[in-house]
Design a protein around this ligand. Structure first.
Ligand code: 1GP
Length: 247
C-alpha cells in the first residue's frame, strides 16, 4: 500500500503543500536542526525532504532521519545518487532526471536502486525531475540540458511525457540557491495541458514568490536555503501557501 503518496494526494486536495528540504551537508548544528524542525512542523510543513547533491554520506543521512523521526510527518529521501537510500525513511522520491544527457541519471541509477528499495521496503514515489534555468549543482552533476525559464513549450512537452509514462509528480527544479525561482507562467501553462502534479523548488525565498507559484498551480512548494537562513520567513511562506487551495 502506498501510504505516503496517498497521504500527500489526500492532503493536497485541501491545500497547496510545503515540503522542508533538509540538506544533511548543510546541517552542522544538531540543536539548531531540532529547533528548526519543530518550528517547521508546528507551522504546518507537510513533509521533510532529505537530500543534497554533494557531501552527503549514508551515516549522516541516517542521523538526520533519526532526528526528524520525532515528528508526525513523512521523511522522504530526495536522492542525488544510489548512496542515499535508507530504511529509516518513510518514502523516497524515485526520480528520473528527464532532461539529463547521461542515461545514468535517467534510468541507470534507478536500476541499481530499485532492488535495494524493494528489499528495504521503502515506498517509492514515481517522480520526473526536470532541471530548469539556473540548474545549480544538481544541473551540473546531473548533466542536465537545462530548460530555459521561459521555454514553456518544452516544459509542457516534458510534463506530458512524464504523465504518459505514469509518473505521479513532476519536480520543476531551478537549482538550490537559484537567483531566480521557476517562472509561475511555466507552471500555469503546464497545468493547462497536463494533469501531472507539480513540485516546485529552487530559489524560493520570499513570501510573494511562493504565493505566486502556488497560485499558478504548483501542488507542492519546496524550500531549502531559506529554512536555515531565515526560519521566520520560511514559516510565513508555509502559512501563506497552506491557505491556497489547489483547483
Ligand atoms: C533544491 O529545490 C530545492 O533541490 C530547494 O532550493 O535551497 O534554493 O530553496 P533552495
Amino acid at each position: 500500500i502506498m501510504k505516503v503518496a496517498s497521504y500527500i494526494h489526500q492532503l493536497n486536495s485541501q491545500k497547496v503543500l510545503h515540503f522542508s528540504l533538509i540538506d544533511p551537508d548543510k546541517i552542522n548544528d544538531i540543536d539548531k536542526l531540532n529547533s528548526i524542525a519543530k518550528k517547521l512542523y508546528e507551522a504546518g510543513t507537510s513533509a521533510f525532504l532529505i537530500g543534497g547533491t554533494l557531501g552527503v554520506s549514508k551515516d549522516r543521512l541516517d542521523e538526520i532521519l533519526d532526528i526528524l523521526g520525532d515528528y508526525k510527518i513523512p521523511r522522504i529521501i530526495f536522492p542525488s545518487n544510489v548512496n542515499l537510500i535508507s530504511e529509516k525513511a518513510d518514502a523516497i522520491l524515485f526520480l528520473s532526471l528527464l532532461n539529463s544527457d547521461d542515461l545514468y541519471y535517467v534510468i541507470g541509477a534507478q536500476v541499481v536502486a530499485a532492488p535495494i528499495i524493494k528489499k528495504l521496503q521503502i515506498e517509492p514515489i514515481p517522480t520526473g525531475y526536470l532541471i530548469v534555468g539556473y540548474g545549480g549543482t544538481a544541473g551540473h552533476i546531473g548533466r542536465a540540458r537545462v530548460i530555459p525559464f521561459d521555454n514553456y513549450d518544452l516544459a509542457i512537452s516534458y510534463a506530458l511525457a512524464a504523465e504518459y509514462m505514469g509518473m505521479q509528480f513532476l519536480y520543476l527544479e531551478a537549482g538550490s540557491g537559484s537567483p531566480e525561482p521557476i517562472n509561475p507562467e511555466m507552471i500555469r501553462r503546464i497545468k493547462k495541458y497536463s494533469n501531472i502534479k507539480i513540485i516546485a523548488g529552487g530559489g524560493i525565498r520570499n513570501i510573494n514568490t511562493a504565493e505566486e507559484i502556488a497560485k499558478a498551480g504548483a501542488n507542492i512548494i519546496v524550500t531549502g536555503n531559506i529554512i536555515e537562513d531565515d526560519i521566520g520567513k520560511a514559516i510565513k511562506i508555509i502559512d501563506t501557501i497552506n491557505k491556497i487551495r489547489v483547483d
